[in-house]
Design a protein around this ligand. Structure first.
Ligand code: CBF
Length: 830
């Protein structure tokens, strides 16, 4: 039971805690203190896990005063803030980033050395919180880093999944999923606040009633509820004294709910009820870009959004705030459609709880949300059957219908007689079942709608959300994605960082466009040599890691050709493996000799959604090809395939800096943006890519001579589709492609069984939804150009340096600036 809050009277009540001394001695003292008092061990008796935790707590202590100060100021200040609502945050390890932000890396290294401990060993102890699937979740993590670094008043809201993205293992080449138990050793980075729990309701019915003023009102009579417990995480800005907050919600059973059942004497049912409630934040859904309409997923979405809205209103604004002015203080940024249920939730709060009239409530709500769309795939646009939504959130469904009625009136006014358009635009779909189209709801409510790369935003306007763009052209804008230079350059590639800082100073870490100053270095042989040494160092580092982590041996002196991203048909890992198979086939059939092949290791990293059959078959094929190709002496060791399991942020940080070639080969018009493409270019890899997503902007910036473009453009894809696409014709007419596909069907990769990969080969031959066969020739031709360029190492390095120097635009700091000016209308705090 919580008593009334104390009123602190001590003169120190508002003073921040003292920060430990920023020196090796100060650090050692703090570290030993944490080891003794929190872990309860002496240095000599401590395990690596004790040491890791004590180190994490020590670093936290250094950031603490800044965090308290930032929080205090943000409550005091009356400036407008951003609440970033995202169901996913793919954070990566926290320790390295926190050390960097607190400027402690060198001090910690030295201090630990004095204690007989290697910093890298403790860093390796950390289990990364994999609370996201891929690009969208990692983007959210980059954005909160930039918001903190740029002094923007902001808070990230999301879900503290007990199990993050599954741990991938391979059994006989097939993906097997294991639970991700990231919390099993405890997480030193989180601050639970059970006392600040928020109750979230579900189910039940609604009823009409007349209030004391004689007004007709509606109220929700929910059937069950759960507690949302906030867990706070520090989001430190880079060397700027600011630490923002990420607040993730965890579900717990409410006591009232339990008691009722306990009192009925059914203990087992009470325990089951508890588990039921706590399931809400149990596990991250492992689908990337293909959501399944699972009830638990809708529960998750409402759970975190309702808790976040309530939290912001109660905790940040306080009881006396006039909610008519809500949009002066907050903008809720909807990271895709997952948090869109927040729209009817805010309407419900304003109307049912605060007594607003409909128009007043809509006036406020329609200024408080902005929507980022992250996809072009129709199957990725979430819809919720009204039966399900109405059962779980009956009041919200009523509100959605009411929003829709008013919206469709507007459409009819503007386009009289165009009922086909009305049907297309309705928030409610009628076929194949009655369902709420969340992207439409978001588009109706949002002040601004943005895509995540120029081409993507254009395609949203021209195709996916065309009707909405016709109605409200002014709502649409673009913000091209970005990545944080702190994690993906400064931290991941510290050797290159050293070289950059030595050459142009350290300003690039927070002003990435300054990399432009390196352009002249591309023509400096000495710089090129240093750049090559860095790449060689990163390759050795990767080799050591993969040997220890996966038992994989990377050969020396190979071009490192890397394709890492979620496994999805549209991303076309199948095109990459067909290239490998084709090279192999040409050698074993004597069409070319092994020494005509550029020594190359192709590295894949990819997780498939557990229920995505074709994606899992592709993983199986890649692994089987790897085991045959890697062993075949006829290749003279010049072609290797490596597929380390469980690709995650931690592995990305080692792989990307080592890569020579970045594979960004999605079918044009399908990848919204991509962010891996940016990370590779910034780390000096050259891209082979289609005109898709942010590849388009990368190529424009780095120049055609430093990018290997191939494949159809989006209009060409459309034209081919319209004409009728017959993959079988490409197979019949292209001997190289035919030979590669036939080799798979010969059973050579499946111990003689010709049928193992039938599902894959038939899907290519008879459907090939993402036109792998149509782009095959052009891809092979582009790979020839890659080989030619790689043969001239000076030319290659020159291009690599120019890639790095010209892609500073892709800093997530720039993305945040664009959001601030184009969408949020917010200025940073100073
Ligand atoms: O915008 C961030 C990323 O989001 C996705 O990963 C997504 O989940 N929809 C897209 O597939 C990427 O293109 C995009 O970069």
């Amino acid at each position: 039971v919580l008593g009334p809050a104390n009123k602190p009277t001590h003169p120190m009540a508002l003073a921040p805690v003292a920060t430990p001394r920023h020196s090796v001695d100060g650090f050692v003292q703090e570290f030993l203190h944490e080891l003794n008092t929190t872990q309860g061990v002496t240095l000599s008796a401590s395990t690596i896990n004790d040491q890791y935790k004590a180190l994490a707590l020590t670093v936290r202590n250094y950031l603490m005063a800044r965090w308290l100060e930032t929080t205090r100021n943000s409550i005091k200040s009356k400036s407008k803030a951003v609440a970033y609502l995202s169901a996913e945050y793919l954070l990566g390890r926290q320790l390295g980033n926190a050390l960097l932000a607190a400027d402690l890396a060198d001090i910690a290294q030295e201090g630990l050395k004095q204690c007989g401990i290697e910093l890298w060993q403790l860093r390796a102890q950390e289990v990364e919180p994999g609370l996201g699937n891929g690009g969208l979740g990692r983007l959210a993590a980059c954005f909160i880093d930039s918001l903190a670094t740029m002094n923007v008043p902001s808070v990230g809201y999301g879900i503290r999944y007990e199990y993050g993205i599954f741990r991938q293992t391979f059994v006989d080449g097939r993906q097997v999923e294991q639970p991700d138990t990231w919390l099993s050793l405890g997480s030193p980075w989180e601050f639970p606040h059970p006392e600040a729990a928020v109750t979230i309701n579900f189910g039940g019915t609604t009823e009409k009633y007349t209030d004391e003023d004689g007004r007709e009102r509606t109220r929700w009579l929910p059937e069950w509820d759960v507690q949302a417990i906030p867990y706070n995480y520090m989001v430190p800005g880079y060397l700027n004294g600011r630490v923002n907050t990420l607040r993730l919600w965890s579900a717990e059973a409410t006591r009232a709910f339990d008691l009722q059942i306990f009192n009925s004497g059914d203990y087992a049912r009470a325990v089951r009820a508890q588990t039921f409630a706590e399931n809400i934040s149990k596990v991250l859904y492992p689908e990337d870009s293909t959501p399944q309409g699972k009830e638990l997923r809708l529960q998750q979405q409402y759970f975190f959004v309702a808790a976040s809205i309530r939290d912001f209103i109660n905790q940040v604004l306080g009881e006396d705030f006039d909610l008519h002015n809500l949009s002066d203080r907050i903008i809720f940024q909807l990271n895709d459609t997952h948090p869109v249920i927040g729209v009817p939730e805010l309407m419900r709060v304003l109307i049912d709880e605060e007594g607003f009239g409909w128009d007043e409530a809509w006036e406020v709500t329609s200024k408080c949300f902005a929507y980022t769309c992250h996809t072009l795939l129709p199957e990725a646009l979430e819809v919720w059957p009204t039966e399900l939504l109405g059962r779980l959130l009956p009041r919200h469904l009523e509100i959605i219908y009411a929003i829709n009625d008013r919206f469709l009136e507007q459409v009819r006014d503007r386009f009289p007689g165009d009922e086909v358009r009305v049907g297309r635009m309705s928030i409610i779909a009628e076929y194949p079942e009655r369902a709420v189209r969340m992207a439409h709801l978001a588009s109706v409510a949002a002040t601004k709608i943005n895509g995540v790369a120029e081409l993507h935003s254009q395609l949203l306007r021209d195709k996916v959300l065309k009707d909405f763009a016709d109605l409200w052209p002014e709502k649409f804008t673009n913000v091209t994605n970005g990545v944080t230079p702190r994690r993906f350059l400064r931290m991941a590639n510290y050797k290159l960082s050293g070289l950059l800082t030595e050459t142009i100073g350290s300003g690039w870490v927070t002003d990435l466009e300054r990399l432009r100053e390196l352009e002249p270095c591309a023509d400096d042989p000495e710089f090129r040599e240093k750049f090559r040494e860095v790449k060689a160092f990163n390759k050795r580092r990767l080799t050591n890691l993969l040997r220890a982590r996966d038992g994989i041996d990377l050969p020396e002196g190979h071009m490192l050709d890397v394709m890492v991203k979620r496994l999805h048909e549209y991303k076309r890992q199948s095109l990459k493996i067909l290239h490998v198979i084709s090279l192999y086939e040409q050698v074993i059939s004597g069409k070319i000799s092994a020494d005509e092949i550029t020594p190359r290791t192709v590295v894949f990293g990819a997780k498939a959604a557990p229920g995505y059959r074709l994606a899992k078959d592709t993983i199986h094929l890649i692994n089987k090809v790897a085991s045959v190709v890697n062993e075949d002496k006829r290749l003279d060791g010049r072609l290797k395939v490596a597929f380390p399991a469980n690709y995650n942020v931690t592995l990305a940080e080692k792989l990307i800096p080592a890569a020579d070639l970045s594979e960004q080969i999605s079918l044009a018009g399908k990848e919204a943006s991509g962010t891996g493409n940016m990370k590779f270019a910034l780390n000096g890899a050259l891209t082979i890519g289609t005109d898709d997503g942010a590849n388009v902007e990368i190529r424009e910036l780095v120049g055609d001579d430093h990018f290997f473009l191939f494949g159809m453009t989006e209009p060409e894809v459309e034209a081919l589709q319209a004409k009728g696409y017959h993959p079988g014709e490409y197979y019949q007419n292209n001997p190289q492609l035919k030979a590669a596909v036939d080799l798979i069907q010969s059973g050579i990769f499946s111990g003689g069984d010709r049928g193992t990969f039938d599902s894959l080969t038939s899907s290519w031959l008879y459907h090939d939804r993402f036109m792998v066969f149509a782009d095959f020739d052009s891809y092979i031709a582009a790979q020839k150009k890659v080989e030619e360029k790689y043969a001239d190492q000076d030319a290659w390095t020159r291009s690599a340096i120019l890639n790095m120097a010209r892609t500073g635009y892709f800093s997530s700091d720039r993305s945040m600036r664009d959001y601030m000016t184009r969408i949020w209308n917010i200025t940073p705090d100073f």
